[in-house]
Design a protein around this ligand. Structure first.
Ligand code: B12
Ligand code: SF4
Length: 474
């Protein structure tokens, strides 16, 4: 059986909460979700998988149409975020035009949050809710058993949604999350060309993204992962993946976990193992500030960690409390001091436009930034994302008058614009403040000097230069 996984081209751009210029120049990374799902089925005899990244492989819609018509895949899968839904839909039109037999399967955050609405699209045949490895594998095995797909068989696949021959939407019971992540095969990087992916702020030409845990026990109100079951891979299992890449010449890794340091014991064990393995690699992570202290910073640095991305969010304790961040501004200062003491670059994610946030609160954030001196700064505008706690809370208290994300999920419209959470400032004022904060931070002689020093060749120099120009003149 033939399976195509398609990463759509960027046709529609829904303005994000991130700084627009940074968002546009952001990393081109393979979709780890798709690579994990592909890995779960690629070694099954009779399965032929192809991953088509229409941005990286520069495949036009016309070429794709021909390819689908010629190859006639049985299933075409997409990893769908609310933000790339419109792009996926554009490609689905082509798939449908080229083949009537290909079944279209949507997985990822969007169908997980909006299962019925997603299946209601005529062109979607299956959705996979939550983690996809086991559900998709079971779906594929139905194809391979040779006796044909029946509704009875589909109804036995937990985590799957499908339509009956009468068009009725069926959502099967959910599938429990994978408890032992070590049991999952490593992502199927062999199905993509990893040398084609890049990262603007990387130290080497080839960075491999890895994910070592899933879920988060913390309760930040804006985040989809709020209080989701935390599971992790063991240090030995992570090292196996790193070794695999080191043998292929890779020297830099981005540990893409939302929060790498949740389990302190595991972090220290991992650092020791990596240091003893003496692989001469570097890596970067994201962490909460309250998990970082001198001891951990020293372990991280010695094992090759060169950068930590911290969710600082705000310098105002009132705002941190509103966000249920569970940290004190003192924790922020302490974490930055610790990491910087051991020579780790610190990058701060901050947020403006939190409900009830005033100019004084934003000034407190900027004062804190001056004090903690991050190497990089990402300023976002607080945006209630679909079905997050923040979105639901603002709907309950009447701040959000109607469920506009639901409208979008039912009828995605390219003219849709993200709504920000603040009622004190207009979207334009927030964008202006965000632009001013980013420019003020980066057009600073110390930061520019450091960026030039860190630039590893002409290609990266031009990429950074282009971004600087866009920041100045957009
Ligand atoms: C790394 C990351 C990024 C990276 C890289 C994304 C990539 N190419 O992998 C970058 C920085 C580019 C990014 C950008 C954005 N991101 Co982001 N990102 C993440 C993050 C932290 C991890 C994603 C990941 O790799 N997970 C690991 C894999 C294994 O899990 P997974 O992708 O969910 O896949 C599993 C299942 O979903 C399912 N599955 C997924 N795809 C498929 C496909 C099929 C066919 C099947 C069967 C199953 C299946 O099976 C997989 C394995 O179990 C998540 C938070 C999170 N932890 O999920 C946010 C997250 C996905 N991002 C989010 C958002 C909002 C954005 C941005 C809009 C941010 C912005 N710029 O303002 C952009 C949008 C990008 C775009 N246009 O599509 C939201 C999405 C919410 C939503 N409703 O869609 C999340 C959930 C964060 C949040 N708000 O809480 N992101
Ligand atoms: S923002 Fe980070 S710490 Fe907070 S809930 Fe999400 S993943 Fe956890």
């Amino acid at each position: 059986m033939k399976i195509f996984f398609i990463i759509p081209p960027n046709i529609h751009y829904i303005e994000p909460y991130a700084y627009v210029e940074a968002d546009k120049s952001n990393a081109i990374r393979p979709s780890l979700g798709l690579l994990y799902v592909a890995a779960a089925v690629k070694d099954i005899p009779g399965v032929d998988i192809r991953i088509i990244d229409m941005n990286i492989d520069e495949i036009s819609m016309e070429t794709l149409e021909k390819l689908i018509a010629e190859e006639s895949p049985d299933i075409v899968g997409f990893s769908v975020l609310t933000f790339n839904l419109l792009n996926c839909m554009e490609v689905c039109k082509i798939v449908r035009k080229a083949s009537t037999q290909a079944k279209i399967c949507f997985g990822g955050w969007h169908p997980t949050l909006y299962p019925e609405e997603t299946l209601a699209f005529g062109f979607v045949d299956y959705i996979v809710i939550g983690e996809g490895e086991l559900t998709f594998k079971e779906l594929v095995s139905l194809y391979l058993d040779g006796s044909g797909i029946t509704e009875e068989k589909l109804s036995a696949v937990n985590g799957l949604g499908y339509k009956t021959s009468e068009g009725e939407i069926v959502i099967n019971p959910p599938r429990p999350v994978v408890k032992k992540l070590d049991d999952l095969p490593l992502p199927a990087y062999d199905l993509v060309d990893p040398t084609k992916y890049s990262h603007l702020l990387a130290c080497t030409d080839q960075v491999v993204n890895i994910m070592t845990s899933r879920g988060c026990p913390q309760g930040c109100v804006f985040c989809d992962l709020r209080r989701s079951p935390y599971r992790y891979r063991t240090p030995g299992n992570i090292l196996e993946e790193i070794r695999f890449w080191v043998n292929k010449g890779v020297r830099e890794f981005f540990i893409q976990d939302d929060n790498f340091t949740i389990n302190r014991k595991r972090t220290i064990e991992f650092c020791n193992l990596l240091k003893d393995a003496d692989l001469n690699i570097t890596y970067k992570i994201s962490s909460r500030v309250d998990y970082i202290d001198d001891e951990l910073s020293e372990h991280l640095k010695r094992s090759g960690c060169y950068r930590i991305y911290f969710g600082v969010e705000s310098g105002s304790q009132r705002i941190l409390d509103y966000l249920e961040k569970g940290i004190k501004t003192q924790d922020i200062r302490k974490a930055f001091r610790s990491a910087q003491k051991f020579g780790i670059d610190c990058c701060a994610y901050i947020m403006i436009g939190v409900p009830s946030e005033t100019k004084d609160d934003i000034d407190m954030t900027m004062d804190l930034i001056k004090e903690i001196r991050p190497r990089h700064l990402h300023c976002s505008i607080c945006t209630p994302m679909p079905k997050t706690y923040l979105y639901n809370r603002l709907m309950e208290d009447g701040t959000i008058e109607h469920d506009y994300w639901l409208d979008f999920a039912k009828k995605p419209d390219p003219s849709f614009r993200t709504s920000f959470a603040s009622k004190l400032y207009s979207a334009e004022e927030l964008r202006d403040m965000q632009n001013a904060i980013q420019r003020q931070f980066y057009f600073n002689p110390g930061i520019i000097f450091h960026e030039i020093l860190r630039t590893r060749g002409l290609k990266q120099f031009f990429a950074k230069f282009q971004m600087a120009l866009r920041m100045l003149f957009h």
